[in-house]
Design a protein around this ligand. Structure first.
Ligand SMILES: NC(=O)c1ccc[n+]([C@@H]2O[C@H](COP(=O)([O-])OP(=O)(O)OC[C@H]3O[C@@H](n4cnc5c(N)ncnc54)[C@H](OP(=O)(O)O)[C@@H]3O)[C@@H](O)[C@H]2O)c1
Length: 262
């Protein structure tokens, strides 16, 4: 929603949101008085639904789009706090959660890019952005020492490799006609900040988990000052998306436009 909000505030932008629950999202758009966002319905895991969404998008955009931003992701609440050995005796949970994560965060990324590629090729800017996570960077993980979020992080790391493969294929075979970038965006602390700003309750366990994560993050970035708002994060993401160049195919960048995550 924050990405749509920011993009639609510029009347020159035509924003198409691919959503699962069109009624709920349209209600929110109406409440926010955002009139230039069009919604089409699809689930990332359904090639046929994505094909219909691409067709509906093409009808709204004369068959071309400038940017494809793949932001949707499955973030498992059940396993976020579990480490690899926490799955001893919970093997089914690990398998099921990794499969669900991979279906949306890896398979879904390939499905949507392949489905929308003809529209991107027909556009003039030709940027495909996949929102990743700094948690998928092994260097960051080793320094911060975060053993949790195993299935989410594993699926995001696989998505990064997938984007590298796209970058090699699309940029190398199509010369300067295709730009492609993988890109990390939001800070995990936003969730806590969001709950607090909305006056929603934050469980003590959640609060202490976030405090522990902040401590871990400071091993990586001693000056880490805590969360930024979703609005600030989206603004930074869009600034990076705007300036990335053909020289950056497949790069894994943060919302700061570099390979530093905090
Ligand atoms: N929040 C953070 O701190 C953080 C940090 C680093 C990276 N990121 C990345 O930033 C992106 C956005 O994160 P977020 O925190 O906004 O996530 P979020 O609040 O969990 O929202 C995820 C969105 O993805 C959609 N989605 C999930 N599965 C889908 C599917 N199979 N098909 C279509 N849509 C699906 C959800 O749709 P429904 O509304 O229909 O459920 C929801 O709108 C993600 O790629 C995430 O990995 C987030």
């Amino acid at each position: 929603m924050n990405t749509s909000n920011k993009l639609s505030s510029n009347n020159f932008n035509k924003v198409i949101g691919i959503v699962r629950n069109q009624t709920a999202v349209q209600t929110q758009l109406d409440a926010d008085k955002l009139n230039n966002v069009r919604l089409v319905t699809a689930d990332l895991t359904s090639p046929s639904a994505l094909a219909s969404a691409a067709q509906a998008t093409a009808e709204l955009t004369d068959g071309a789009i400038d940017y494809l931003i793949v932001n949707g992701a499955y973030v498992s609440e059940d396993t976020q706090s579990l480490t690899p050995t926490s799955f001893i005796g919970k093997e089914e949970l690990f398998k099921d959660d990794l499969m669900t994560s991979s279906m949306t965060n890896v398979v879904g990324v390939l499905y949507i890019i392949n489905t929308f590629l003809p529209l991107i090729r027909a556009g003039s800017i030709k940027k495909i952005i996949v929102i990743s996570s700094g948690m998928a960077d092994p260097g960051f993980m080793e320094i911060a020492g975060v053993p949790q979020a195993v299935t989410y992080t594993t699926s995001k790391a696989a998505a990064n490799i997938l984007v590298t493969k796209y970058a090699i294929e699309l940029v190398n075979t199509r010369g300067s006609t295709m730009e492609n970038c993988k890109y990390c965006a939001l800070l995990d602390f936003e969730i806590l900040l969001y709950f607090e700003s909305e006056g929603l309750p934050v469980a003590p366990k959640t609060r202490s988990e976030f405090a522990a994560m902040a401590e871990a993050f400071r091993k990586y970035e001693p000056n880490f000052g805590g969360p930024i708002t979703p609005e600030a994060s989206v603004k930074m993401q869009l600034d990076v998306i705007r300036v990335i160049k053909i020289a950056d195919p497949g790069k894994f960048l943060s919302h700061r436009g570099k390979e530093r995550w905090l």
